[in-house]
Design a binder for this molecule. Structure first.
Ligand SMILES: [Zn+2]
Length: 174
């Protein structure tokens, strides 16, 4: 997958001599469902790792299919369909939100929800993307109110809302 900036990730985000901010892109796991920008219409496309065990939300780099993953891509807006797309060939994440610091991005809506809950100081224990909370960037935490506001308006603009089927997500309001 490409970086939010659109730059190609050579080795999963690690850059020789790159700034430490990039290290945090080095997830050793990635979800089996990733939402990306459609290469045709730039709207929301869903990439599914067909080789991964579909019982899990993520696949780790120790998995035999980490390298040979083959994604199928389906755009939710146009007729674009991709078959046997490698991870490296995937386009940028669909969820890219501009706040006061660097761009906040997420693998998919459920991941964005976890980030949102985390930044709202809600309990994310048991959330299916709890694991990824380690990778929440310093900038996002530092300017959390800016990002929370930006996520709200971004979701509204894109006519999306968080799923209701994840635990701990609407236990309080604010
Ligand atoms: Zn499309």
């Amino acid at each position: 997958m490409k970086n939010p900036s659109g730059a190609k990730q050579e080795k999963f985000g690690s850059r020789s001599g790159g700034g430490s901010s990039h290290v945090r892109y080095d997830h050793l796991r990635r979800p089996i469902k990733i939402e990306i920008l459609c290469p045709c219409c730039q709207k929301r496309a869903i990439a599914s790792d067909d080789h991964a065990n579909q019982d899990y939300v993520s696949v780790g780099d120790m998995s035999p299919n980490w390298e040979q993953s083959s994604f199928s891509v389906m755009c939710t807006s146009c007729m674009y369909r991709g078959k046997n797309v490698s991870y490296d060939e995937l386009s940028e994440p669909f969820y890219q939100i501009k706040g006061r610091g660097e761009i906040l991005w997420a693998w998919n809506l459920a991941h964005l929800e976890m980030i949102y809950l985390f930044l709202s100081a809600k309990n994310i224990k048991g959330h299916q993307y709890e694991f990824y909370s380690t990778y929440i960037h310093g900038d996002w935490k530092k300017y959390k109110s800016s990002y929370l506001k930006a996520i709200d308006s971004w979701l509204l603009k894109n006519k999306l809302s968080f799923n209701q089927n994840t635990p701990n997500h609407n236990q309080s309001n604010q």
